[in-house]
Design a binder for this molecule. Structure first.
Ligand SMILES: [Zn+2]
Length: 477
């Protein structure tokens, strides 16, 4: 039987931040883990590099085209409304807070996350293994978990919102869902990550899983608001340290577990908030299902953090290429991309690259591309794994027809006008948002991760680890 496996995701932890925390002595657990195992700083997020998209990629091994969660906020063509997973509280008011609760707790996992994409929880439990997840809201599994507290469940039923989710066998989400009473310190009013670490400690103490997905979120939040970032990394590190202690120390920990630590994305500094609607002057824009009729609008624009998506509406007067060119001329745009026939088009600084799968350039992940136009438009040092990621975003059925990756320093205000100017953000194609550290330790065999791993490689790696029947699989679109 292979070792049990722990995947820890530290939201927003970039390679440079990890280095600073290690150098300052604030991340002793991670420092020791990377000494005992291997660390790559060439691991790339998916695109858009936003948490709901990245967590979906982490648990399905697919880019958005495969899992269909295209962004933090997106326009639902079938329902004629915006979906909002929580850019900010004010942004949830556009379509209603209750709609957002439904979207995050029910629709995301059961309707929006493609049923054709099997999650790591579903795949491993179908093999008879026990999976566990802590504090991730993207968690689709086979087991129904009602809201744990009877009183809260009754309130949820009375106001007509969801009272259960489908997750892994062992599922813990703050004060709402816990499949086991772990005695962990409270989530609300305390540290979410500290709580998560204590749940993890309980699970390790009881040897209560084959696969554990431990999600630590506060490092991202601290960077967004320019808060105590080092303190957040230190807390995440200490939470992981609780699991090591529970196993009886490092030797026992790595004897029992193979471990992966990764971030879903990194962060860059925000200097300016910008309005994604600006280049669209003179067009009729869909604002929300409460205020607009999509049949009478040209475009719907969903923007959050450092990415914006423009959706052509049925009665609209423009093509994707026309909208793309409008955006490409605007100073907040870095890379603007869309599909044109069988090609993907990307514009940046007046240049244009077209590409599709075929003979020509072989990239760092072994993909082969046919290129036309400005071949050097997307320097891999600045735009890691760009072609695979653009393909994975633009060809996603729920993505906008045109996608805009923001210039460094710029962030799109969300539909509630909220932004992180003075703090940090992410979402773009740029390396600053996209490169993450990946630490692996305790694996019995070489992981087969190449020179440029992707966060989409980790579910295939987990399945390979437990099956041992094939070579480590590469991510699939
Ligand atoms: Zn974030």
């Amino acid at each position: 039987m292979p070792k049990k496996l722990i995947l820890t995701v530290i939201d927003g932890l970039g390679p440079a931040l990890l280095d600073r925390a290690v150098a300052a002595g604030r991340a002793p657990t991670l420092a020791h883990l990377q000494e005992l195992g291997e660390r790559s700083d060439a691991c790339v997020s998916t695109f858009p590099s936003l948490t709901p998209v990245c967590l979906s990629s982490l648990i399905t091994g697919r880019h958005p085209a495969g899992h269909r969660i295209p962004s933090m906020t997106w326009y639902h063509r079938g329902e004629g409304r915006f979906v909002e997973y929580g850019s900010s509280f004010l942004a949830t008011l556009a379509e209603g807070t209750r709609q957002m609760v439904d979207d995050v707790l029910v629709n995301l996992n059961l309707l929006h996350l493609s049923p054709r994409a099997t999650t790591v929880f579903e795949a491993l439990e179908d093999e008879g293994l026990v999976t566990a997840a802590v504090n991730t809201y993207i968690c689709r599994g086979r087991v129904r978990h009602p809201i744990t507290r009877e009183a809260a469940r009754r309130i949820a039923r009375r106001v007509g919102i969801v009272d259960a989710v489908y997750g892994p066998r062992r599922y813990f989400f703050g004060e709402l869902f816990w499949s086991d009473d772990t005695g962990a310190p409270r989530n609300f009013g305390g540290s979410v990550d500290r709580h998560g670490g204590h749940v993890g400690r309980w699970l390790v103490t009881r040897d209560g899983f084959d696969f554990l997905f431990l999600y630590l979120y506060e490092t991202d939040a601290a960077q967004h608001r320019g808060g105590d970032v080092m303190g957040a990394v230190e807390q995440a590190d200490a939470s992981l340290g609780l699991l090591v202690d529970a196993a009886g120390g490092w030797d026992q920990f790595l004897e029992r577990y193979a471990v992966m630590v990764v971030a879903d994305h990194s962060q860059s500094t925000v200097e300016r908030a910008v309005d994604a609607h600006e280049p669209l002057e003179g067009l009729k824009l869909f604002r929300s299902s409460r205020h607009s009729d999509p049949a009478e609008c040209d475009l719907a624009v969903a923007a959050s953090n450092r990415v914006a998506m423009a959706y052509l509406l049925p009665g609209g007067r423009l093509t994707a290429s026309e909208v793309g060119h409008r955006y490409a001329r605007h100073p907040f745009s870095d890379v603007v991309m869309w599909q044109e026939g069988a090609w993907y088009a990307a514009r940046r600084e007046g240049g244009e690259l077209r590409f599709r799968r075929g003979e020509g350039l072989e990239d760092a992940r072994g993909n082969s591309w046919e290129l036309a136009g400005d071949r050097d438009l997307l320097d891999p040092a600045l735009y890691p794994n760009a072609l695979e990621r653009i393909e994975g975003a633009v060809s996603c059925a729920t993505s906008g027809d045109v996608i805009v990756s923001a210039r460094l320093g710029d962030e799109f205000a969300d539909s509630g006008g909220q932004h992180h100017a003075g703090g940090g953000s992410h979402g773009s194609l740029r390396a600053e948002d996209s490169l993450v550290p990946l630490i692996t330790a305790g694996f019995d065999a070489p992981t087969g991760l190449g020179a440029q791993p992707s966060i989409t490689d980790l579910t295939p790696l987990a399945l390979w680890h437990f099956s041992r029947t094939a070579e480590p699989a590469r991510s699939i679109l």
